[in-house]
Ligand binder design. Structure first.
Ligand code: NAD
Length: 294
């Protein structure tokens, strides 16, 4: 069975690595936080003392780190991991990072004779635990073919978005749409309620009308409208506002590179920055509702 090194065992990485173990892959794991490594060791993974230790002799390396700087810090430079990998090793970089940053790592990997895919995910911690993540993959189709069994152990929908960096572009486009929809829904909910409507009635009318969207289907931001939505649990769990702000920032960076006009994305970023300034960065991103009611 394929031997995999997994680096970055946070909210997403830990359950993803666990699913690889369950699928029978050989796994060696590393995180800067020893407790996460110990947890997986108890479940049958080998524990590594460093990233370099984790990848020694492995055929595949997966990373799931917070942001571009962590990924570039891990892989690039004289002491970076790419320099330590055997030619032919497959690198699956699953963090959400800037497309430009992903392309830098792709290029350095290619220069070393390594195969790499950028493969950010959607589906949150619940999807990571259930093994139903969506992977948006950038890189060569033949390399994706090789990686399919690994992605399928962690996800349900695996899309080839295009060449190097394309997975990251797809991810930031998707999250920009999600943020804009969430803000528009929160704004309309507050408007309707202020004008005397019952929030549940308004939510249902919009859901079944032309304003219907994913946030009205699955994730209403008004507390009490959907029992299991983070809004009904004090905006806990779910997808943190600070991660949404990060992704909106990446979308703006990508727009800067190409000169694209993204006014809705820019406004969404400003509103999420405001939430961060209010100390709400760690709450679910539907907490944007509170900008319109407090
Ligand atoms: P997290 O902060 O919980 O986990 C990141 C982990 O990486 C931490 O455990 C940290 O200790 C470790 N780490 C950082 N630098 C390291 C290094 N040099 N070597 C080893 N370990 C290192 O973050 P997360 O929520 O798991 O998210 C990971 C990525 O997935 C982010 O890019 C995020 O945007 C993306 N993402 C998150 C979600 C979500 O719902 N949480 C959903 C989709 C995508």
């Amino acid at each position: 069975m394929t031997q995999i090194a997994f680096i970055g065992l946070g909210h997403m990485g830990l359950p993803m690595a666990r699913n690889l173990l369950k699928a029978g892959f050989g796994l060696r794991v590393f995180d800067l936080v020893p407790a996460a490594v110990e947890e997986l060791e108890k479940e049958g993974a080998q524990a590594a003392r460093s990233a370099a230790d984790a990848v020694r002799g492995m055929e595949v390396v997966i990373s799931m780190l917070p942001a571009s700087r962590h990924v570039e810090g891990l892989y690039l430079g004289d002491n970076g991991l790419l320099a330590a990998l055997e030619p032919g090793t497959l690198v699956l970089e699953c963090s959400t990072i800037a497309p430009e940053s992903a392309r830098r790592v792709h290029q350095a990997a290619a220069e070393r004779g390594l195969q790499m895919l950028d493969a950010p995910v959607s589906g949150g911690t619940a999807g990571a635990a259930a093994g139903t993540l969506t992977f948006m993959v950038g890189g060569e189709a033949a390399v994706l073919e090789k990686a399919q069994p690994i992605f399928q152990a962690m996800g349900k929908n695996i899309f080839h978005a295009g060449p190097d960096g394309a997975g990251q572009v797809a991810k930031v486009c998707n999250n920009q749409v999600l943020a804009v929809q969430m803000i528009a829904t929160a704004e309309a909910m507050a408007l309707g309620v202020a004008n005397g409507l019952d929030p549940a009635v308004l939510a249902e009318i919009m859901r079944q009308s032309s304003g219907g969207n994913w946030t009205l289907e699955k994730y209403n931001p008004w507390p009490g409208v959907m029992e299991n939505a983070p809004a009904s649990k004090g905006y806990s769990g779910g997808f943190m506002a600070e991660l949404m702000a990060k992704d909106l920032g990446l979308a703006q960076e990508a727009a800067q590179v190409t000169g694209s006009s993204t006014p809705m994305g820019a406004l969404a970023l400003q509103l999420y920055r405001l939430l961060l300034k209010q100390g709400k960065g760690q709450r679910d991103f539907s907490v944007v509702q509170q900008l319109f009611v407090e």
